[in-house]
Design a protein around this ligand. Structure first.
Ligand SMILES: [Mn+2]
Length: 357
C-alpha cells in the first residue's frame, strides 16, 4: 500500500508540495494537468516537467487524477474516435513517465454533485454536503452556486468552459440511457485497455458521486452489481476501479467493506479514496472527519478489507473538513486531509502488526 495525496498543481492548489512531503507516511501525489482541455493529448514534456517538479520535492507521481473523458466518448458519437486516439496517446505518454494508475470517471456532464460546499458542523468546521431537496432543478443554477462557493479555485469536473454549453449537452444526452452509456464505456475500454497493457498503466474508474442518477442523467457506476458488469466489459487487470468509500457509501444499500473484499480479491482495485460520511436520511448526507465515530462508515472494517485481501495499490484520504481557519478548495485543504492520512496509517499499522502477512 502506498499513501498519497491529491495535488492540483502549482497555482491551482493552496497546498504546496513541501507541505505534503512533511505529512508522515505520504510517498507521493495524485497529480494532474488541470489546464489541458478535455479530449486533448497530454504532451510528454508537460508530463515530464510535472513529474520532475514532484520528484524534486521528494515525492512520487505514480497516479494521475484525473484524465477526464470527453463527452463525445460518453455520448458515443462519431467524433469519439479521435478523442479516444488522443486518450491512447496520453496513456502512452504517462506510461513513459512512470505513471501506474489513471483515475477517471464516466459520469455524464457532472463529476460530482453537492448542495452545499461549506455546511457548518457543530465543531465549527465546514464540509461538503448533499441534500436532495436542496439540489436546484436547473443544473445551470447548480453550476453557478458551485462556482460562487469554490473560494476562487476551479472545481474538478465543473470547469466553466466545459459547462458553457450545458443546455446543448443535456439535449445530446436525451437519447443516452444506462444501457447505451455502458456500451459506450465498453467501446472506450476496448480501445484503451490494450494500450494500457503495453504501457503498464492501469485504468481505475471512479464511482458516481453520489451513488444515484442526478438531473435525469444515466449513471452506471454505483453498486456492487454494476461494478461487476464494468470489470467484465474488458476482462483485464488493467480495467480496474478507484474504490471511493464516500461515493459508494452515500447509498446505505452498498456494503462498502464487502464490496472492497470482493473486488480487491479479484485484483481490480488499483486506487482507494478512503473517507467517511454521515448519512442523515434518504439522499441526505454530509462529509465528516475520517474517524469512524464521526460518520456512518466503519473505517477499520474498510482498511481491514483492503489489508486482508493483500491490497497493493494506492490509498489517499479524500475530502476533508475545512478546519483551523484554512482557506482552500472545498474538500481539499491540507489540515484535515493530513489528519486523515495519519489516522488511516495508524489503522494500517495496527492491522499489519495484529495479523502479519
Ligand atoms: Mn473519491
Amino acid at each position: 500500500m502506498k499513501m498519497i495525496l491529491r495535488w492540483f498543481g502549482e497555482g491551482d492548489d493552496s497546498v504546496a508540495l513541501w507541505q505534503i512531503r512533511q505529512i508522515p507516511g505520504v510517498s507521493g501525489i495524485a497529480g494532474a494537468l488541470q489546464d489541458i482541455p478535455v479530449g486533448e493529448v497530454w504532451p510528454q514534456e508537460r508530463i515530464d516537467a510535472l513529474k520532475s517538479q514532484v520528484n524534486q520535492a521528494g515525492l512520487e507521481m505514480e497516479v494521475i487524477e484525473s484524465v477526464n473523458i470527453h463527452d463525445d466518448i460518453k455520448l458515443g458519437v462519431a467524433s469519439r474516435d479521435q478523442y479516444i486516439e488522443n486518450y491512447r496517446q496520453t496513456i502512452r505518454n504517462l506510461g513513459k513517465a512512470g505513471v501506474k494508475v489513471i483515475c477517471y470517471n464516466f459520469m455524464p456532464v457532472f463529476d460530482w454533485t453537492r448542495s452545499d460546499l461549506a455546511k457548518p458542523l457543530a465543531d465549527g468546521s465546514t464540509v461538503l454536503s448533499y441534500e436532495e431537496r436542496l439540489i436546484p432543478k436547473d443544473p445551470l443554477k447548480m453550476m453557478e452556486e458551485i462556482e460562487r462557493n469554490a473560494n476562487g479555485f476551479s472545481m474538478p469536473g465543473w470547469e466553466p468552459e466545459r459547462l458553457k454549453e450545458l443546455k446543448l449537452l443535456f439535449e445530446k444526452y436525451a437519447g443516452v440511457d444506462a444501457e447505451k452509456l455502458t456500451a459506450n464505456l465498453k467501446y472506450f475500454l476496448e480501445a484503451v485497455i490494450p494500450v494500457c497493457e503495453e504501457a503498464d498503466v492501469k485504468m481505475a474508474i471512479h464511482p458516481d458521486d453520489p451513488a444515484w442518477p442526478i438531473f435525469g442523467l444515466p449513471r452506471i457506476v454505483n453498486s456492487r452489481e454494476n461494478l461487476m458488469t464494468l470489470v467484465k466489459l474488458v476482462d483485464s487487470p488493467y480495467n480496474g476501479l478507484t474504490l471511493c468509500t464516500g461515493s459508494l457509501g452515500s447509498n446505505p444499500e452498498n456494503n462498502v467493506p464487502e464490496i472492497i473484499r470482493e473486488f480487491s480479491a479479484m485484483g481490480r482495485i488499483h486506487f482507494a479514496h478512503v473517507r467517511n460520511i454521515k448519512i442523515e436520511g434518504y439522499r441526505n448526507f454530509h462529509e465528516v472527519s475520517h474517524l469512524s465515530s464521526d460518520g456512518s462508515l466503519d473505517m477499520f472494517a474498510i482498511m481491514k478489507a483492503l489489508y486482508d485481501t493483500g491490497f497493493q495499490g494506492y490509498i489517499r484520504p479524500d475530502h476533508g473538513r475545512m478546519i483551523w481557519g484554512e482557506k482552500a478548495r472545498p474538500g481539499y485543504g491540507l489540515y484535515d486531509r493530513a489528519l486523515g492520512v495519519t489516522y488511516l496509517n495508524g489503522l494500517w499499522e495496527a492491522l499489519t502488526k495484529m495479523s502479519p502477512r
